[in-house]
Design a protein around this ligand. Structure first.
Ligand code: FES
Ligand SMILES: [Fe+2]
Length: 453
């Protein structure tokens, strides 16, 4: 396969109309060693210096429709309580009773008028204020009501995502997410409904997840089907690393890779269902597979209103290509005008060899459409059916299309990273985003990028 691909030219590199290529940062050569993934000490350092300083996503605004709606989100050793108040304000709190530290809310979601502790019945309002305690007159220090309120956490809502930051002195979300907010401005993400929601406990460190989504070097081998529907060769892709520590990859979609030239039937079979929705006949593209991408862009523009979309603000490449962003330190997403695949590896509360991995898919239902076949998920979704939160161990739960192939790798990688026989990475340039990611972690942990070996 590789010999064939080396001899063919890469047909497309069409990102000139995008925000442009970011200048490459200067990276060091220090090896990324296995103990970063296995050491309890390193994990503790990450908690103190990284996780308690960075913006994270607790959940979605669509989980809090009316006053009294709440949900909890477990993040490392913490539980975060998010609630919509009587004033419709969304607030995040440490999920901890201020009497003697009992975890206040034990369920994942619901609707309540107040949060009542199961231990001694202290009653907190939706805004976190302590409203009532038994035997209020018995406190020498004075009544705790209105005083020992829930500890509020900084929170901001952007595009329907509820972000929080455990650092009260953190920079504003807008500044933290630069330039991602600008890039995503026209995507109707707030209107997208979560149609896939899986969280698994995995036997790997959270960085295995982010490393993986920071490179596409693995795609021909871990995702053998991708080459029929995307030009995955690195020469055709664009990789950007931003000063804000986030990064992205652009990969041409709806075009077969040079590595599969000659496999026309298979390409048409794989791309067919996607383009048929846009009233293109796969058989018309026999002998001209490379025209599909640009024709699909034109067809989407032509039929968008008729199909219940509005693509007028998007660039052509955004209609067909993979715009894959990694938000430092642990979130990644691939975004299209009609949907978003959202991925995250979070730290385990106690074990560096474990992680909580989330896979969401957010679907934009076309206007007037309640039931929609999601090509990305390969299933029929219904706007009225609330998606269940599927949880479990990764060995028992199918995470979802495509990503389960990545999941299978991380367990064996974690085993290798724990071996005395692993002496550190040896990476090609197309994996630079991984190096950038680790250098940025070091900036948080040690105040320096680690530099050269
Ligand atoms: S610990 Fe919550 S009321 Fe006592
Ligand atoms: Fe992958």
């Amino acid at each position: 396969m590789s010999n064939q691909s080396e001899t063919k030219p890469i047909a497309h590199k069409l990102f000139s109309e995008d925000w442009g290529k970011e200048p490459e940062p200067k990276l060091g050569t220090k090896p990324i060693l296995g103990d970063r993934y296995t050491s309890k000490k390193f994990m503790e350092l990450e908690w103190d210096k990284l996780w308690t300083k960075v913006w994270q996503v607790a959940g979605l605004e669509q989980q809090l429709e009316k006053p009294g709606d709440f949900f909890t989100f477990d993040f490392g050793r913490e539980s975060i309580l998010c609630a919509k108040g009587e004033d419709s304000e969304i607030r995040c709190f440490y999920n901890v009773c201020q009497h003697r530290g009992n975890q206040l809310v034990q369920i994942e979601e619901g609707n309540l008028e107040s949060f009542d502790c199961a231990y001694h019945a202290w009653k907190f309002g939706l805004d976190g204020e302590l409203k009532w305690v038994p035997d209020e007159e018995d406190f020498l220090q004075g009544s705790p009501c209105g005083k020992r309120n829930l500890l509020q956490i900084k929170a901001e809502v952007w595009k329907g995502f509820i972000f929080f930051n455990l650092d009260p002195d953190c920079k504003p979300l807008k500044e933290y997410l630069s330039p991602i907010m600008e890039h995503l401005e026209d995507y109707p993400i707030s209107d997208m409904i979560r149609t896939h929601w899986v969280s698994v406990e995995g036997d790997w460190n959270w960085k295995c997840v982010q490393d993986n989504f920071n490179e596409s070097y693995h795609t021909p081998y871990v995702h053998p089907g991708l080459k029929y529907v995307a030009e995955e060769k690195y020469q055709a892709c664009q990789f950007d690393m931003y000063e804000s520590m986030h990064s992205r990859m652009l990969m041409p979609g709806f075009i077969p890779s040079v590595s599969v030239y000659g496999e026309e039937e298979k390409v048409l079979e794989m791309i067919g269902p996607h383009i048929e929705y846009w009233e293109m006949d796969p058989q018309d593209y026999k002998g001209k597979l490379l025209d599909i991408r640009v024709d699909l862009q034109k067809q989407k523009r032509k039929l968008d209103k008729e199909k219940g979309y509005d693509f007028s603000k998007f660039k052509d490449t955004q209609l067909t290509d993979h715009y894959h962003y990694t938000i430092f330190p642990n979130m990644s997403f691939s975004v299209k005008p009609d949907g978003m695949q959202w991925l995250r590896g979070s730290p385990h509360p106690t074990d560096p060899n474990k992680c909580i991995f989330d896979y969401w898919y957010l679907t934009l239902f076309p206007k007037g459409v309640d039931k929609y076949f999601s090509p990305a998920l390969g299933l029929e979704t219904d706007i009225k059916t609330k998606v269940p939160h599927i949880t479990g161990h990764h060995s028992e739960v199918d995470v979802g299309p495509g990503i389960s192939e990545d999941v299978a790798i991380w367990t064996s990688q974690q085993k290798g990273l724990s071996s005395r026989g692993y002496v550190g990475d040896y990476m090609p340039s197309q994996e630079n985003r991984i190096r950038y990611f680790h250098e940025n972690i070091d900036k948080y942990l040690f105040g320096t990028s680690g530099g050269d070996a």
